[in-house]
Design a protein around this ligand. Sequence first.
Ligand code: AMP
Length: 424
Amino acid sequence: MKFTEFGLDDSLIESIAATGYEEATPIQEKVIPIILKGHDLIASAQTGTGKTAAFLLPIIQRLLQHSNDGQVNGMVIVPTRELAIQISQNLEGMSYFTSISSIAIYGGNDGMNFSTEKQALSRGVDLVICTPGRMIAHLNMGYAKLDGLQFLVLDEADRMLDMGFHDDIMRIIGKLPAKRQTLLFSATMPEKIRQLSRKILHQPEEVNIAISKPPDKIVQEAYVVYDSQKQPMLEHILTNTQCKMILIFCSSKQNVKHLARDLKRAKFKIAEIHSDLEQNNREEVLMQFKSGRTPILVATDILSRGIDIDNIDLVINYDVPHDGEDYIHRIGRTARAESDGVAITFVNEKDQNRFAVIEQLLGSPVRKAMVPTELGPVPDYKPRARRGGGGGKFKNGKRQGGYHHHKGKSQKPHKPQQPQQPKQ
Ligand code: AMP
């Protein structure tokens, strides 16, 4: 789903585009409409799913429609200063072309920022991203203008409770207006989170985005290539592999048809499967594949879920899947039961950003494999940055938000051993 379909303000759409997001992630698709309608929410979602934008975007949208001047309009409470900084950087990117003001308030900076924070809380600011302890320190002095607060978000609520912040959170909430929209995000949903939600949420909607990690025994690799190198790269792999059952995924049935045609021309023994085939043809194709008569199957995502074929030893993503969930489902077709498996993804220049998001969800970068020298030079792996950066901008205040890109975060530098190794 495109961000333009949510009915967001032009300035917000412009900021989203500048941040580099193109399509909403599954959690954003579910959560944004709920928040825009004004419902309370309890959502289970891990870091890496795009949950931050899922709550920030609709809150920014609603603040653009109505913000109380001279007041703190929204508060996001998080467990750590790192997360406060990260969310506030995200927020700066997403609100860059809007009039939304924000500030991150967290401990551990030796009180250096205390007077700036005090100023923002007493003069008013659209959104405060804070850790509980530091917020309480300010609230105890009584200058924070909280009567107009409309939004409260608890992010990583399970972690906050594990860190012993329950009472601090309740103290902060005690100072907020009862009529507000409250959103609770948590990676897990133990009973103590349910109890907390019963205390602070009002008839919440519930959203679950559970993402399982792929089994460790799947060896994952990616080839960073130009689009024109995908086909020769694939033929190279198919010619040299020992694998006996190979499943190749493309992102559309058009791509499946083209690739299947080209591979047939190159004399590979392949079959194709997609939604244009009649059900009985599909079954026939699957039978042939399972029995080993056709060792290579080119498929759309029609085959990424729930299909039980046990012996696939190689999955190739000819196109990068739409999101992390699709990636995990696709590569989960290999290494089933007792067997091991390999999952290879071709990443062209256009898909680098999407692949970087998938890597974030996986929690570590996928190893970039060498492209054979005869295929020529390959592009660098330089996914565009996703977080806006630095500082904070206050209503009525002097400081204006900055915006810069953090290149290739989470990617460890990788020493090239051959000229074809993509730089990370
Ligand atoms: P989060 O789960 O909020 O920590 O987000 C994980 C990463 O995905 C962050 O680097 C975000 O900037 C990025 N991200 C969030 N939403 C999108 C999107 N719709 N498209 C691309 N990247 C995104």
